[in-house]
Write a protein that binds this ligand. Structure first.
Ligand code: GLN
Ligand code: ZN
Length: 741
């Protein structure tokens, strides 16, 4: 039995990777020193892997930004708009990632169902596939020279790479994959010749719901590779769910298959049993690569008693690359020992693999299991409720609507915003100073009040119909609630790469989630006291809080979402008592959490929608519940959105407006809805006439009685001037349409 990992965090123990990138981008660091310092980060990281005793050390999974971008650049897939600097220059690479003066960045999107974002490769008609540089080979040689490591090169496989690219039609998929295969063969041949013991081909796209035709392309791809490089030891690596077409995957002419045995709903395990003995090599993802809990090694052994007999060669691994967990528990110096006992970050997971390999006779085995037992004893006892009843508001929408209309008498097509206003430099500076203890509680809260006053006045000037307080006191919409709800804990250094140099620090759910005291009432009621216009309270919804946290592994997500929902019920009550009766419960991550496999989606939507309904269940009929989602494809979710039973939903649609409006033609959705009328991601000030057109288009399928006018997401990344100008135009557009112009 061997051990390996599919990939390891790039950011370094203290995010030194991030700091180097940012110093280089800002011009503080020359290209030469940047390269030199980065090499140190890379080598230190390899050293950690080597010292852990891992048998197969990944190389080439490190990246200066993103592995999909690396692959695109390696094959000369550089869009025309970046032509100028050499194709393999850092300048081109970062221009694609971040945009340049003359060319906008490549699109970025979520990597499967994770919060990691990759750069979407663009296929352009002028693209001549070539190998600009055999990057995995460079990485392999570097590891060998520096530390004598014969690493396991990691490549994004041809099928996944092209499947996730844009700019090609479905029927072109096969053609492009086959063109790339010959280039892959060359890269693989060189790696094989250099002595790579195993070559990992990442093909996570095999876990999506695939068509017959797509599976045939995968078969042709690997058949062709087997012809071109018959002796190269290829490991076809999948993760994040079970493989579609397991029989056929096991028949592919590769040395080995890598499977996720944690996030597979039990399906991969079954496939393994049914295909016993068919593969020479199996890489088994037996410990959770996406969460941060210590593994119960006894349980792993119990679950896979036949592990040893499955193949001649078994490799023990995490379920996926450790990119998705923080680097090391060693930096959590403030955390209570009793909690720390329950955790394993990337580095500790390497230790777990080593223990699993050695078995229960290993000297540290008992201590590991003992610590886990103590952790459970101390932190996993309190939950009151595990089953979740079906929930919903007592008074139906039609009646609520009347009550709301009587109370507020809002004009047709009411105008509002999504919640946040610009988090300008002074806001961020003052908040960090406050966090460091350099600004007193009183000074901080009066600073926040001033911001609120300023923006209430601006909203009055613009003439919006429904106000917000602006969220100046919040850093991140999940972290903020994680810090205030019982059961969550923030880590000191639990950073995970989200996109480029940006890292997030998801809160950790240790215990039962409970409401302790009001979290948002003070700022919200203060803002409301400054205006006669209705003002929306802002909460983050239960599904989003769960999806963007490290969640417990001993409870179903559904139960944690329900606990969060019950906690938020209390916050809604507290806001109502403070006189706030429009409350927005944001669920931007609801769509993103949709399982990869179609067969799992209905069950997810069922509990996710129910958690939202539970949150609003006890709200007074007179309270108007809003929600907001930001993701560009909702066509398949309108029924679920309807079932959420929010009085008003706002959806980010600037990128798929047409399709969504089309979807409403055949649907009977009748509640309040705001389809964002302009894209907040762009600094461009939208024209009133463009927005008016957009509204008129929507009004062909939606009634003016139900339509709200708002930007498509929060405004925290914009400047004050951009925000005010854009909102003034938005208001003008609303007036134009109202007066029938
Ligand atoms: N209310 C939040 C804001 O305006 C919503 C953010 C989001 O949808 N991601 O910032
Ligand atoms: Zn949004």
């Amino acid at each position: 039995m061997k051990t390996s990992v599919q990939g390891y965090p790039r950011i370094g123990r203290n995010r030194e990777w991030k700091r180097l990138l940012e110093s280089y981008w800002s011009g503080e660091l020359s290209e030469a020193s940047f390269e030199q310092e980065m090499k140190k980060v890379r080598i230190n990281r390899l050293k950690d892997l080597q010292e852990s005793g891992l048998d197969l050390i990944p190389v080439g999974d490190f990246s200066l930004y993103d592995h999909m971008l690396d692959t695109a650049v390696m094959f000369g897939m550089v869009p025309e708009r970046y032509k100028g600097p050499a194709k393999n220059s850092l300048e081109t690479y970062f221009a694609m990632a971040r945009g340049s003066q003359s060319a906008p960045a490549c699109e970025m999107t979520k990597w499967f169902n994770t919060n990691y974002h990759y750069i979407v490769p663009e296929v352009e008609s002028g693209w001549v596939p070539e190998i600009v540089e055999n990057k995995p080979l460079t990485a392999f040689k570097e590891a060998e020279e520096a530390l004598g490591i014969k690493g396991k090169p990691v490549l994004t496989g041809p099928y996944t790479f092209i499947k996730l690219a844009k700019g090609l039609e479905e029927e072109e998929l096969e053609g492009f994959v086959m063109v790339l295969v010959s280039l892959y063969a060359k890269i693989i041949a060189e790696l094989h010749e250099a002595g790579a013991p195993l070559i990992q081909m990442d093909e996570p796209a095999l876990v999506l719901t695939m068509t017959e035709a797509e599976m045939t392309i995968v078969e042709k791809t690997y058949a062709r590779l087997a012809e071109l490089v018959p002796d190269a030891p290829l490991l076809l690596q999948t993760y994040f769910d079970s493989v579609s077409f397991p029989e056929r995957v096991f028949s592919l002419p590769v040395d080995g298959i890598g499977l996720d045995l944690v996030h597979d709903n039990g399906r991969n395990r079954q496939a393994l049993q049914e295909n016993r003995g068919r593969k020479k090599r199996l890489a088994l993802g037996v410990i959770d690569g996406r969460n941060i809990w210590k593994s119960d090694l006894e349980a792993v052994r119990r679950r896979f008693p036949e592990m040893l007999e499955l193949a001649a060669d078994v490799i023990l691994q995490p379920s996926c690359s450790l990119l998705h967990v923080p680097v090391s528990l060693a930096s959590e110096t403030d955390m209570e020992a009793s909690r720390k006992k329950g955790l394993a970050f990337a580095e500790e997971k390497l230790g777990e693999l080593a223990l699993l390999q050695q078995g229960p006779d290993a000297p540290d085995w008992n201590e590991h299991q003992q610590e886990l037992a103590e952790f459970y004893e101390a932190h996993r006892q309190a939950d009151e409720e595990r089953s979740v009843p079906h929930a919903g508001r007592a008074v139906p929408y039609a009646e609520r609507k009347q009550l709301h209309q009587e109370k507020w008498q809002l004009p047709l097509l009411p105008t509002t915003t999504i919640g946040s206003f610009p988090q300008s430099a002074d806001v961020r500076r003052t908040r960090s100073a406050y966090r460091r203890g350099e600004v007193s509680e009183a000074a901080y809260s009066s600073f926040i009040r001033e911001k609120i006053e300023h923006w209430i006045q601006l909203q009055e000037d613009i003439g919006l119909d429904v106000f917000v307080h602006g969220e100046f006191e919040r850093n991140d919409m999940v972290e903020f609630f994680g810090e205030r709800l019982d059961g969550f804990l923030a880590t000191q250094n639990g950073w995970v790469q989200s996109y480029g140099s940006r890292c997030v620090k998801p809160p950790v759910i240790f215990e039962e989630i409970r409401w302790e005291k009001p979290m948002t009432v003070e700022e919200t009621t203060y803002a409301q006291s400054l205006t006669d216009k209705p003002l929306k309270g802002m909460l983050t919804g239960p599904v989003t809080i769960i999806n963007w946290s490290f969640i417990r592994d001993d409870l179903p997500k559904e139960t944690m979402a329900a606990q969060t929902a019950r906690a938020l019920q209390k916050e809604i009550r507290a806001l109502e008592e403070g006189g706030i009766d429009m409350i927005q419960v944001d669920e931007p991550a609801l769509r993103e959490g949709l399982p990869l496999k179609e067969e799992d989606q209905a069950a997810y939507l069922d509990w996710a929608v129910n958690a939202f309904r539970l949150t609003a269940e006890e709200a007074d009929a007179k309270t108007q519940i809003h929600t907001h989602m930001c993701y560009s494809s909702f066509e398949d979710m309108i029924d679920a959105i309807d079932a959420m039973d929010a009085d008003v939903i706002s959806i980010e649609t600037s990128r798929s407006h047409g399709e969504l409006i089309h979807a409403f033609e055949t649907n009977t959705y009748g509640k309040g809805i705001g389809l964002g009328v302009y894209d907040i991601h762009s600094p461009r000030i939208p024209e009133a006439s463009d927005m008016a057109d957009m509204i008129r288009r929507a009004l062909r399928v939606l009634s003016p009685e139900q339509f709200w006018i708002n930007p498509d997401c929060g405004l925290k990344t914009r400047t004050e001037q951009e925000t005010v100008d854009a909102l003034k135009n938005m208001k003008k557009a609303a007036e134009e349409v109202r007066s029938g112009q």
